[in-house]
Design a protein around this ligand. Sequence first.
Ligand code: XMP
Length: 606
Amino acid sequence: MTHDKIAVVDFGGQYAHLIATKIRRLHVLAEIRQPEDPVEAFAPYRGIVLSGSPSLSSFGEDSGYTKAIYDLDVPILGFCFGHQEIAKHYGGTVVHGGREWGPADLHVAREHPLFAGLGRVEPVWMSHFDSVTSVGPEFEELGHTVLGAGGGEHRFAAIGSDRLRRFGFQFHPEVDDTVHGDEMIANFVLGICGCRPTWTMESYVEQEVDALRARVGERSVFLLASGGVDSTVAAKLLARALGPERVHLLHVDNGLMRKDESRQVVALLDELGLGANLTFVDASETFLDALAGVVEPERKRRIIGDTFIEVFEREARRLGLEGHLLAQGTIYPDTIETGGTKRADTIKTHHNRVPVIQEMIAAGRVVEPLAELYKVEVRELGLRLGVPREAIWRHPFPGPGLGVRLLCSTGVEDRAHFDELEPRLAEVARRAGIEALALPIRSVGVKADLRSYEHPVLITSGAPWERLLEVAGTIYGEVPHVNRCLWWTGGGAPGRARPLAATVTRERLELLREADHLVMAALSRHGLYDSIWQCPTVLVPLEIDGRGRELAIVRPVHSERAMTATPARLPAALVEELRHELAALPGVAGLALDLTTKPPGTIEWE
Ligand code: XMP
């Protein structure tokens, strides 16, 4: 069966993926296309959406993308940057209009299919620098916005040409603050483009099962099963298509797993009827040997990635599985070049796209049955295939595991930029009426889509949560060389922090495993596990009490796709419990909460 499809042109940031997932929720397949894709690539689509862009401007210079899409006889709808491009292409003007950001009221000019079923005034979300100030001869103004209470009027917030079937919204219908944004998108996709809503999970399973049978033929497949939702659902789908006896699973304990995790993974795969051809290897020695003495985070990551491949190849040889096809749980966002946080994408694809695997892909020896799905869709599919809820809703866990949550240090203070940093911090802290300490170590972050490696600041005085978040924002916004802000949860505020020489060792991993276990148990006990996206516990070798003990950091975040994140608030009672439980571990001196949004911090510390 062929499905009606919509192309979403990705001009950067996370807009395109958000739009695509919203369209897919309407049971219409949406696929991401790159701006420079040749016009022929757009032939299979019944409509095109041009996304916004965090970095491109329609003002001035010509933005490079395939303009020939305007010659196609399919409806096109642009948001923000895309809206301005459409206006400009058809003879309108775009000016640098000053930044506008926040909720606004859209006043719809007349009844129009794009706004079918909606009110004449609709709350929408504006966020832009440039504005459309006039439209070409074929176009009309379909709506204007009024920003905030008593705010200014913004003309041409919605424009269109019914004859050309070209439309544009200055606002963002894909974000939740545009209350009826989903309906506007549905009016375009189902109404104006006339797409049939046939892309359901049921039809996906049917199609994929057929495709897998055709592709794999009489052969068998071999899959690395981490216990994460993607590889588990992929294994289950493969078993549905090929029968469990032709699905060989390998679970590797790299020594960087959570407490008791490998045992649980093996039990889960057994429970799912996938145990017949499951091999479990404890390769923790190999990993820990390779990591011995290493401090630099990128080197740690590379070593973990390389060791994975080494162990994988060794086991494949040992089990005589080299002739099999390799199956991977790669999901849609991992398969496409995308703007936004390139770092996160590169890192995520680390294991799935290393050179050996690339060679196998080129040789046609890799199957990726989830490669068309987003995470939410993988979860839906998993539930449909009988994967238990707890496994479906497990927090994401990075491939390099606890390896990226166990900071290492040579023991030498890293105060490279403190001359500039400390006076600015003192000034901001004085203004905000708080006490704060710059930490002489660094962690990874992301600024303007690039990786940063900068210092955390620890706020050591108390304040209400909202106030802490506000001060944290000011600190990483205004103090140079800072990409994170933490809050000391109480009990003997440190006046000084000194790095301890520390590398990846079994002992430190055991300590982090215990700490992580306590944190996860506390989230579950307070019924918060499901509402929080992810909550890394990080062990930082900073001594604050002269007793050689380390600092534990807890980083609860809310997120939708991990491209951005906001700190999640934990109830005071939970924080108190954790503070005592963690401090009772030998080796932990105290607890700090990470208050950093992403950007500028990343979810992981390394
Ligand atoms: P960051 O730290 O970049 O992480 O904000 C975004 C999401 O990706 C996960 N992550 C990884 N996942 N291999 C993975 O499979 C990795 O190397 C890796 N690094 C980060 C992270 O946990 C978060 O969900």
